[in-house]
Design a protein around this ligand. Sequence first.
Ligand SMILES: Nc1ncnc2c1ncn2[C@@H]1O[C@H](COP(=O)(O)OP(=O)(O)OP(=O)(O)O)[C@@H](O)[C@H]1O
Ligand SMILES: [Mg+2]
Length: 276
Amino acid sequence: MDQLTAAPVPSPRPAGAGPAISMSRLEKWFNAGNRPVHALSPTDLEVADGELLVLLGPSGCGKTTLLRMIGGLLEPTSGKLAIEGRDLWNAGQRQGEALGELGMVFQDASLFPWLNVEENIALPLELRGMSKSSRLARARELTRLVGISGFEGRWPKELSGGMRQRAAIARALSYDPKILLMDEPFGALDAMTRDAMNLELQNIWIKTRKTIVLVTHSITEAVFLADRVVLLSPRPGRIDTIVDVPIQRPRSLDVQAQPEFQAIARQLRHRLMEIS
Ligand SMILES: Nc1ncnc2c1ncn2[C@@H]1O[C@H](COP(=O)(O)OP(=O)(O)OP(=O)(O)O)[C@@H](O)[C@H]1O
Ligand SMILES: [Mg+2]
């Protein structure tokens, strides 16, 4: 794994670049039996190009709903949603160009058990028609990036949970999407592996400068990773508070002991208790 340099990392938001994700009055209703559920009330939010934005909030506040709408897996009930300046939905149809900018990682790595690591990582490239030699070369480049070099030929069941998540991240990055969407990607991991994955994700983000939207239940993970934390409140789901995290990168795990980090975490914890 590459060492991080000690030099401060410049701001991820180039002046003048449009937002990577832009939503306006984005809203979602579900029909649960005969009872309509207002999962997300009309929401305005922009995610800057290269930003690492974290969605935090109590269970049922609409984090997954919002992420799945951004990922094109769920159609909004109303409102506008643009990816890299292009509308994601048009007359009920997902727009392929906007969709191609998005990669997704879920809590459960969801690797295909009948494919080995490099075949899993290369699968999206196969679906896009890339030649076998090119896609396997790309898979090897990605195993290096996410720190599982040497495990290309292993089966998913032979990997630890953290390694499976690394492979899932590599797969989501395979076709070089501009935006990575992650729904509690480290929620099922033990605390130490989770810390390691937080460092690894920071490392990947610094190297690739993807725009990342990550959902988590962990305040510590949120503050450690984020440029901004968006706190959602439930019934109906809505943005409650947006908190900036102006802590220099790269961040080490020791940053969690700093007063600045603790003040932001405390602010989020108090508000989370009030709205839960
Ligand atoms: N397919 C669905 N049909 C009906 N209701 C749904 C559906 N998906 C989500 N909901 C409801 O929408 C609301 C938001 O759910 P969502 O899964 O987005 O919450 P969440 O913030 O991701 O929660 P968690 O932290 O538990 O993952 C909840 O009230 C949920 O029950
Ligand atoms: Mg969820």
